[in-house]
Design a protein around this ligand. Structure first.
Ligand code: NAD
Length: 370
């Protein structure tokens, strides 16, 4: 890919601050890798509500669909908490996700030795853990019909439907197998096939796809309850994990605890068209405008963009290594600053500076070696 068309949606709160650093990183990588970056900006979330009376406009949706990828900051904040439900910033986000049809949500979870004091797991158990959860995002029990709370024989009952079609399973499993191919070629599919029919179908479809197209990948199946236990007890054993919407929601938050801070966590949401890349955290109104935000979740999201949209895992690795280098050098934003010896507290831009400098020197040393 020699040129990348990006739609940048900064959103609200710390969104613009962290996105600015992610965009700097992409521009730096692009300059060295011969990839031009055209970035268009549009208002989104509360900012769009202020400007246009809607959390996302049709024009922004059209821009997103016409781009190669969307880089999103975060949306929402107390200023817009009392608006009508259909105008809430989060509605804009859900609309964008559904318009882009991003059915596979990738959440990498990595234990960083540099900030191990922030992890609730003992370092000797978690050190080296590095895995990705691929969560189905557009189906399953969150969308299944029928769903209702109703009164029957004088008492209320509530129900939802967990439903997956074969094609919904195949498309997310394919993303997971492809992700596994770029890593250590191991995939774990998580379900509840001992109890649920929908999970039995899930397991059959994943197994068939494996036989047909991905026999180079080692596949295993796990039940969600025991797998949650294994993930905490032996996080190093996990590599790529694929699962449905509900199980993925729970497991990805469990995995998030490994990294020690919300500010460190990236995500990618992928479908047929442009990918949507955003840090996991929200708009953090409590620290907005103070240069305190950790930009690493947004920067690591840009690494996912290089991996999945640009299809250059080598460039993604340069960004990931540059982030690790900044942490190893002792740089810490407030959320990961524990006052340990050899660490120095920095602001959002200084953390971005360090990552950009590491990227530059990584390309410099390669160019020197070549
Ligand atoms: P939050 O993630 O914004 O903040 C939770 C805590 O983590 C805060 O103390 C915050 O300062 C801290 N934090 C978050 N990101 C950080 C970063 N990069 N660096 C340093 N510290 C960071 O969650 P919240 O406070 O529950 O929500 C605030 C607003 O964000 C709400 O309006 C919520 O609806 C919205 N929200 C948006 C998204 C999204 O855009 N995807 C996700 C979650 C919450």
């Amino acid at each position: 890919m020699s040129s990348l068309r990006l739609l940048v949606l900064d959103g609200d709160g710390i969104g613009p601050e962290v996105n600015a650093q992610a965009l700097r990183v992409l521009r730096e990588v692009g300059a060295h890798a011969g990839m031009s970056i055209e970035a268009e900006h549009a208002a989104f979330g509360g900012a769009s509500l202020d400007a246009y009376g809607l959390p996302v406009t049709e024009a922004t949706i059209a821009l997103a669909k016409a781009s190669d990828a969307v880089l999103l900051g975060a949306v929402g904040g107390p200023k817009w908490d009392d608006v009508a439900p259909h105008l809430r910033a989060e509605r804009g986000l859900l609309r964008l996700r559904s318009e882009l049809g991003v059915f596979a949500n990738l959440r990498p979870a990595k234990f960083s030795a540099a900030i191990e004091a922030a992890s609730p797991l003992r370092p000797e158990r978690a050190r080296g853990a590095d895995f990705v959860i691929v969560r189905e995002l557009c189906g399953g029990i969150y969308f299944g019909e029928p769903r209702a709370i109703e009164t029957v024989n004088g008492e209320r009952r509530g129900y939802n439907t967990m439903v997956y079609t074969e094609s919904e399973i195949v498309r997310v499993a394919r993303v997971a197998f492809e992700t596994a191919r770029l890593r250590s070629k191991r995939l774990t599919s998580v379900d509840k096939a001992n109890v649920l029919e929908v999970s039995r179908l899930w397991r059959e479809v994943v197994t068939d796809l494996h036989k047909r197209e991905y026999s180079d990948i080692t596949l295993d199946h796990q039940y969600v309850d025991s797998y949650a236990m294994k993930m905490v007890a032996n996080p190093r054993d996990a590599d790529v994990v694929v699962t449905g919407n509900l199980f993925g929601d729970i497991l990805s938050d469990l995995a998030a605890a490994l990294s020690g801070s919300l500010g460190m966590l990236p995500s990618a949401s992928l479908g047929e068209g442009p990918g949507l890349y955003e840090p996991v955290h929200g708009s953090a109104p409590d620290i907005a405008g103070q240069a305190k935000a950790n930009p690493l979740g947004a920067i690591l999201s840009s690494a996912l963009l290089l991996e999945h949209t640009v299809k250059r895992p080598d460039l993604a690795k340069i960004v990931n290594d540059a982030v690790q280098g900044a942490l190893d050098a002792g740089l810490r934003t407030g959320d990961i600053a524990w006052g340990d010896a050899g660490t120095r507290r920095v602001n959002t831009v200084e953390m971005g500076d360090a990552v950009v400098a590491n990227i530059r020197s990584s390309f410099g040393s390669k160019e020197t070696r070549a």
